[in-house]
Design a binder for this molecule. Structure first.
Ligand SMILES: [Zn+2]
Ligand SMILES: [Zn+2]
Length: 173
């Protein structure tokens, strides 16, 4: 969703919409949004040319578990809060900016356009967990035969433990 800042005029504008998977170009292809997409909602607060976006997002998405590769379905949500100023005034505002840098992230927009999609996509990517497991104690796949150890067991690792010669095998390595 593109916002024309020229039309905001010192007001509060509410928005809510769905951001589709295809519209998020930087998303890891392993992450699959539910059919509706990422639900974005919030407000644009406009003071002169200074615009603050405050909102939240929620999305149902599925990703393969890092350990066992089974699809994990979950609901992720987060907050967005960002201040935007016209790039054209970046230098003029420099002194003022430094004072404000600590309270809230500040970015710049050009040509009176604010792309909300990019803001929400950025926040989602930032919030997205680095570790994706189906459950805390996921046992993963057997490195030797590839069986999913959450559902079944195999003899690969067991036989090593029980085999008195296993230690010799290690020594030879
Ligand atoms: Zn797993
Ligand atoms: Zn195995």
């Amino acid at each position: 969703m593109n916002i024309d800042t020229g039309r905001l005029k010192n007001s509060v504008t509410e928005f809510s919409y769905y951001l589709k998977q295809e519209e998020c170009s930087r998303l890891d292809p392993l992450i699959r949004f539910g059919s509706e997409g990422l639900f974005c909602k919030g407000e644009l607060l406009c003071k002169g040319k200074d615009v603050t976006v405050e909102g939240t997002y929620e999305v149902t998405c599925s990703t393969p578990c890092d350990r066992c590769s089974e699809e994990v379905l979950r609901v992720l949500s987060g907050d967005v809060k960002i201040r935007l100023q016209p790039l054209e005034e970046k230098n003029a505002l420099k002194g003022d900016l430094e004072l404000n840098v600590n309270d809230i992230d500040t970015e710049f927009y050009t040509n009176n356009k604010i792309n909300l999609d990019l803001i929400f996509e950025d926040q989602f990517l930032l919030d997205y967990p680095l570790v994706n497991v189906c459950k805390k104690d996921c046992k993963g796949l057997c490195p030797q035969c590839g069986v999913n150890l959450n559902h079944s067991s195999c003899k690969c690792l067991l036989s090593d433990k029980d085999n008195p010669f296993a230690i010799l095998k290690k020594l030879q390595l």
